[in-house]
Write a protein that binds this ligand. Structure first.
Ligand SMILES: Nc1ncnc2c1ncn2[C@@H]1O[C@H](COP(=O)(O)OP(=O)(O)OP(=O)(O)O)[C@@H](O)[C@H]1O
Length: 497
């Protein structure tokens, strides 16, 4: 995409920013600028320092060296506004109420915020972004893209275009589906066209190319490249992030074995009448927009989520609804979409997290794994999954997001599961680590694991899976395999008719 390359008024200048945590240098003399009307993307491998940069800009950490200049040449001060991954919205409150928090004119008898003016203002704000939805609905009922738009609207509330502002977005598209990403990208571009600067972090390099004017790449805390997006392409960005070309998955056609998982007539909160089978050695994808049942299926099978009707058989044995222990005993493993809530204990060390699932095959129930063995095994998995830094005894919360995800994947791979249930397995991981995780999952399937993988990323499903089941409004509406299995076909089939 070719965009205006005329010099822009600088809104934020970062000079020689440096930050260490103990022996780890997270940022090493990083310099960059964000101009008015510019969309600047920051990319880099897991642990390259992106979140640390955002935290320094937000004032959450103080730098060890360097400065952040927010005073422009005209003497004005740039306002920095942040949209973090969790968006910081109150789900049970409406858009009007979320936009009014902290500035509300009064509370009604039932604690609902009042004010026709606030409703009108919210309506106008949302429409300025070219979207239109009911501003009185609780935001938890909106689509993820709509929720992100509410967060952007809140960040920009009160902004008049004379005021200098830079909006910082930390992985805004992490859980969004194709069409929703397009919508969000259009909103971000519209905000930039009105004069704001945008700094955004992303691992999705195709989106970086679609959205940004300039891309800055970090590697081990250092800037290793700054290029206009018009001068590069996908392969160029991959090399910039990974330092080398990244091989795609070359998966040979599997020879499926016996049926490992049989789901019959399953009914859940959103799922309706879903029946499916996964055989040993197969990788089966689950596609669909959020709310289609895609994000409920794996949890229901594993037992982490109750379901109303239907049956689940694992290796020929019927699982009782919600019986997680039986699922694990019979060889199921589950990497949940929300690693903070369900996937790991952030206050425990990486090594403790890895050992959290007992393996009945090799561990006696009364035996405690000795910490030396635990460490040796943790090191093996750190190497296999490329976790950095190589410090298994460090608390998991201190690892970067992508490295935490690798630990959660390793925790389950070490059980050599018969059935591997994955939700968003590569969320927040860099392009090199994604390829590595795909190879590990494919390797596990080659050894006979049946894999069911739910992902919002059609590209990932098309690359990794042997066949893909498409859910829409809770029902299975299509199955794609062979030459029909493409990214475009998955996206098309996922849109409700
Ligand atoms: N509070 C902390 N204590 C110790 N080390 C930390 C802390 N915060 C960050 N680090 C380390 O600093 C480095 C940079 O981490 P950062 O979270 O900035 O990476 P990132 O580029 O955002 O990674 P990801 O893409 O995985 O989110 C990592 O090695 C990380 O483990």
């Amino acid at each position: 995409m070719s965009r205006d390359r005329s010099p822009r008024r600088t809104l934020v200048r970062v000079r020689e920013l440096t930050k260490s945590f103990g022996p780890t240098t997270a940022l090493d003399h990083v310099s960059l600028t964000v101009g008015a009307g510019e969309v600047l993307a920051v990319v880099g491998h897991n642990g390259s320092g992106k979140s640390t940069l955002v935290k320094l800009l937000a004032g959450f950490h103080a730098p060890d060296g360097g400065v952040i200049e927010t005073r422009t040449r005209d003497g004005a001060t740039t306002d920095l506004r942040f949209i973090h991954q969790d968006l910081g919205l109150v789900g049970t409150l409406s858009t009007v109420e979320n936009l009014s928090l902290g500035t509300a004119r009064g509370l009604g008898v039932l604690g609902r915020l009042r004010g026709a003016d606030e409703r009108r203002e919210a309506d106008e704000l949302i429409r300025r972004f070219g979207v239109d939805f009911d501003v009185d609905r609780p935001v938890e009922e909106l689509s993820p893209a709509e929720r992100t738009i509410v967060a952007i609207a809140r960040a920009l509330k009160g902004w008049d275009e004379q005021q200098d502002v830079v909006v910082v977005l930390d992985e805004p598209t992490a859980s969004l589906h194709g069409a929703e990403v397009d919508r969000l990208m259009a909103v971000v571009r519209a905000v930039a066209e009105r004069g704001a600067g945008i700094l955004f972090i992303s691992h999705r390099l195709d989106e970086v190319l679609g959205m940004a004017d300039t891309v800055v790449a970090l590697r081990n805390g250092r800037v290793v490249g700054e290029v206009p997006c018009s001068d590069t392409d996908y392969a160029g960005l991959v090399e910039l992030v990974a330092g080398e070309a990244v091989e795609g998955l070359d998966r040979r056609a599997p020879v499926p074995g016996d049926v490992v998982l049989r789901v019959s007539d399953l009914e859940g909160d959103t799922i309706r009448n879903v029946s499916l089978e996964v055989r040993a050695g197969e990788i089966v994808g689950v596609a669909g927009i959020l709310g289609s049942g895609r994000d409920e299926l794996c949890a229901a099978i594993f037992g982490g989520r109750a379901y109303g009707r239907g049956s689940i058989e694992l290796a020929g044995r019927t699982l009782r609804p919600g019986d997680l222990r039986a699922a694990i005993r019979h060889g199921a493993a589950y990497v949940p979409g929300d690693r903070h809530k369900h996937g790991a204990v952030m206050s425990m060390t990486a090594s403790e997290n890895l050992a959290a699932v007992r393996i009945p095959r090799i561990e006696k129930p009364w035996a405690r794994v000795r910490s030396r063995d635990e460490d040796r095994e943790a090191r093996h998995w750190f190497t296999t999954c490329g976790v950095v830094p190589d410090r298994p005894r460090m608390e998991l919360s201190r690892f970067s997001g992508g490295n935490q995800q690798k630990v959660v994947i390793a925790k389950w791979l070490r059980t050599r599961p018969g059935l591997l249930l994955l939700e968003e397995p590569t969320q927040g991981v860099d392009i090199g680590a994604k390829s590595l995780i795909h190879r590990l999952v494919a390797g596990s399937a080659d050894e006979g694991t049946a894999v069911l993988v739910a992902s919002s990323e059609a590209k990932e499903l098309a690359e990794l899976c042997d066949r893909v089941l498409v859910l829409s409004e809770g029902e299975l509406v299509d199955e794609l395999a062979g030459t029909r299995l493409t990214e475009a076909a998955i996206l098309n089939a996922s849109v409700p008719s």
